[in-house]
Design a protein around this ligand. Structure first.
Ligand SMILES: O=C[C@H](O)[C@@H](O)[C@H](O)CC(=O)O
Length: 269
């Protein structure tokens, strides 16, 4: 199995099915957890020196952070309803508690904070899905934490790739801190597949092929992209959702397409 692929754990004790840390990924910025809770179960965490975005991938919850409380948040059963999610942004040195109402799937996106920011609820009304690409390269993109003032280093986005389509395509990279021409961002992909017995493919490769990993991705797997291009393909019959977390030394999303495949930007079939 590829060293860039993390399979979902089924033997978890505390609900964690994924737990990627900078240490486990052998990088510097991005942390990512997925926790599945059942009715009445609670999860409490402290952000310490990090900023967090807790995304309700599916289900409902009550949550609080400091003086703030949010009741009955989450209005999609799972990620394929084409409805933007609820999420909670938690700044550094704060705690949050979340309690499941029924089954709850949570993604906890983490990156280093530089300033103090208050906790805030992000609602579906503040977000929207936009279509990107043409033909079999069309996919739906929802930026969750992406605005200029949204965070110190976190970038969080979710993407639905219809069955038979490609996304993160043509292949692009953001691995070099190079002024205005490219930014350096580590990235995780948390994949969900509908129906869940399906699979998808993701390739991660660099120009010099010092990395060239092609992975069969199954439901709830995480792919780590330390650097390089990272296109994804969804087979006929299996629609694909993924949640991306990106962070690096600067909060800028500036990417470059693989020059060999950049012509696809103009391909309108
Ligand atoms: O760099 C960004 C990520 O790789 C994805 O969010 C990607 O941009 C999604 C897409 O365009 O298909």
């Amino acid at each position: 199995m590829s060293y860039l692929l993390s399979k979902a754990k089924s033997d978890n004790v505390d609900g964690h099915i994924q737990n990627i840390t900078p240490e486990s990924a052998n990088w510097d910025y991005v942390g990512f957890e997925v926790v599945e809770l059942t009715d009445g179960q609670k999860l409490t965490q402290e952000s310490n020196e990090l900023e967090l975005c807790v995304v309700i991938v599916g289900g409902k919850a009550n949550a609080k952070s400091g003086e703030q409380q949010w009741s009955d948040i989450g209005d999609r059963k799972g990620p394929f309803e084409r409805t933007p999610p609820y999420a909670i942004f938690v700044g550094r040195n704060q705690a949050f508690e979340i309690e499941a109402i029924g089954n709850l799937e949570l993604a906890i996106c983490k990156a280093p904070a530089k300033t103090d920011r208050p906790a805030r609820l992000i609602t579906p009304a503040q977000l929207s899905y936009i279509s990107r690409g043409h033909g079999t390269n069309e996919r739906l993109v929802c930026n969750i934490v992406f605005g200029e003032d949204d965070a110190d280093s976190l970038l969080v986005v979710e993407v639905i790739t219809p069955d038979g389509n490609w996304s993160s395509y043509p292949p692009h990279k953001h691995d070099t801190d190079n002024g205005e021409t490219e930014s350096q961002l580590e990235e995780t992909y948390y994949h969900r597949i509908n129906p869940s017995q399906g699979f998808a493919f993701q390739r991660v490769y660099t120009d010099d092929r010092s990395i060239d990993e092609t992975m069969s991705v199954e439901d709830k797997d995480v792919v780590m992209v330390p650097k390089g291009y990272h296109p994804v393909g969804a087979p006929h019959g299996y629609e694909l959702y993924y949640l991306n977390v990106m962070a690096g030394p600067d909060r800028r999303w500036v990417f470059n397409n693989d020059p060999d495949h950049d012509w696809i930007m103009e391909y309108k079939k």
